[in-house]
Design a protein around this ligand. Structure first.
Ligand code: NAD
Length: 503
């Protein structure tokens, strides 16, 4: 039997309670008859119970979103901006609680989940500061007595389908662009990381009218119910290529607008003239193994010029072996940099890649302590529990090896040698994916030339993974359709309307 509790709209940002979790439908905390839980990937203990939504819950949320849309779309941009700014303050006031929850369900060490939540609060403010004014394309003087104005009108009800790797930050990107442009929004968290997402939407009820921002948690049936629903106008999805294709197919039936932020297989090309080989290797190791390599724009293939390969490899492996890993909620000294893989499925996927490395007899670079990098962690405070995998560096495998050709989404990284510039550009581009890439060289002009030839939505020189609040983020080729972030990200939640105003 479902129950509903009213939330405290209008009160000062309260600290969230992380013991009970609800769907948020029409401003109310709502329970479901059935519940489920995710698993703490560090300890394999159960996380708190969360709702399992039914199709009737989806209908109720969509009805509430449609009703709320009829008034929310008419609020002023300034009013929506103010609500978003206040919400950002609410998130900032709850960094500790949200980050702790995130570590329990996602696995990333606490210092790094704190960073995700704090950055989310900043990004919400930065998004709120964006402008999307009407544009006068022609005024009556130069168009025969007619003024032509381009406007951006909201789409209606938007749905954000969120993955488990950066659930708070990625959900906030979708939510903020949707509601700032006058849409209402329904969030669907990943079943692996529902708790922080449910709480961030519970918090939003203090700043937005009922029905403007809602959240439904559930099992594998929930996503398809949402993408099929005729009352939803837009789906913004972040996740795997395979699911992205299914979502596009499902959305086509009702011509929903779709944004897809999908997987990547980012290449880094290291030139022989980098200023400091060891420092570059250490920086790239971070870009490979941060979040236990579960980042769409983690570096996943490192092409190193043959003349510096040996020195680079030594420094890269030293850095990788130096990363402390373990349960991110335990206060070890030093604190861990890497947590476990977030899901059993991901852990098993990485094991199949490791099996492939063994079966095809690819060379693995061992740390100086000679420990077996293919073994799972047994020397952490987690005492053998959890989905831990040590960083594994594969030494110059062929480009056809699975670990090069596929997105591992786990800490198994190939170092590859190159000698010919044209050839390495071809190799970097030889993938269906095109999310990110980077070029590392002291010759900035030449590096920028190479960068322009890489087929990816984000290309960096002498850095990787950097982002900017005004910059759009999206993938080329099979890495996605559309963008998030910046003004272009706002436009993804709008139709264009052209007004022709004759005298
Ligand atoms: P996933 O595709 O398995 O799931 C993502 C979300 O989609 C989850 O909420 C899931 O429940 C939902 N879902 C699954 N099947 C669905 C269906 N048929 N209809 C509707 N919803 C459905 O992805 P994941 O494993 O959670 O995330 C990892 C992937 O996401 C990696 O490939 C990674 O590169 C990618 N990713 C991309 C970006 C980006 O911005 N481009 C960012 C983060 C992650």
């Amino acid at each position: 039997m479902a129950t509903e509790t009213t939330t405290s709209a209008g009160a000062a940002p309260a600290l969230l309670d992380f013991t009970r979790f609800y769907n948020i439908i029409n401003g109310k905390l709502t329970t479901t008859a059935k519940t489920r839980h995710s698993i703490n990937p560090s300890t394999l203990e159960a996380n708190p119970e969360v709702p399992v939504s039914t199709e009737a819950d989806v209908d109720r949320a969509v009805d509430a979103a449609r009703k709320a849309y009829s008034t929310w779309r008419r609020t002023s941009y300034a009013e929506r901006r103010a609500a978003l700014e206040a919400y950002a303050d609410g998130i900032a006031a709850n960094v500790e609680g949200l980050a702790t929850m995130l570590t329990r369900e996602q696995g990333r060490p606490l210092a790094l989940t704190r960073m995700e939540v704090a950055t989310t609060a900043e990004r919400l403010k930065e998004t709120a500061a964006l402008e999307l004014p009407d544009e006068v394309i022609a005024d009556d003087k130069d168009s025969g007595g007619q003024t032509v104005v381009k406007r951006y009108t909201p789409l209606g009800v938007a749905c954000g389908i969120v993955p488990w790797n950066f659930p708070v930050g990625l959900a906030a990107l979708k939510l903020s662009a949707a509601v700032l442009t006058g849409n209402t929004f329904i969030m669907k968290p990943s079943p692996f990381t529902p708790c922080a997402n449910l709480k961030m939407v519970e918090l939003a009820q203090q700043f937005f009218p009922p029905g403007v921002i809602q959240c439904l948690s559930g099992d594998d049936s929930l996503g398809p119910w949402l993408t099929e629903h005729p009352g939803i106008d837009k789906v913004s999805f972040t996740g795997s290529v395979a699911t992205g294709k299914r979502i596009m197919q499902s959305c086509s039936k009702t011509l929903k607008r779709v944004t897809l932020e999908l997987g990547g297989n980012d290449a880094a090309i290291v030139f022989p003239d980098v200023k400091d080989v060891a420092a570059t290797a250490a920086t790239l190791a971070q870009a490979c193994f941060f979040n236990t390599s579960q980042i769409c724009i983690a570096v996943k293939r490192v092409y190193v010029h043959a003349s510096i390969y040996a020195a680079f490899r030594a420094a890269f492996v030293a850095a990788a072996n130096g990363f402390v890993y373990g349960d991110g909620l335990l206060s070890t000294d030093p604190a861990p940099f890497m947590g476990p893989l977030t899901t059993e499925m991901q852990y098993n996927h990485v094991q199949t890649l490791l099996d492939d490395v063994r079966a095809t007899k690819l060379a693995i670079v061992r740390g100086t302590d000679g420990r077996d990098p293919l073994a799972t962690a047994t020397d952490t405070a987690a005492a053998g529990k959890g989905y831990f995998v040590r960083p594994v560096v594969v030494d110059n495998p062929p480009d056809t090896a699975r670990v090069v050709a596929e997105e591992a989404f786990g800490p198994i990284v190939p170092l590859l040698q190159w000698t010919d510039e044209e050839d390495v550009i071809r190799r970097a581009n030889d993938t269906r994916l095109g999310l990110g890439a980077s070029v590392w060289s002291a010759d900035l002009a030449h590096a920028a030339e190479v960068a322009r030839r890489l087929e990816a939505g984000n290309v960096w020189v002498n850095t990787h993974m950097m982002s900017h609040p005004s910059a759009p983020f999206g993938g080329h080729k099979w890495s996605g359709i559309g963008v998030e972030g910046g003004i272009d990200g706002l436009k993804q939640y709008c139709d264009i309307q052209v007004l022709y105003l004759a005298n």
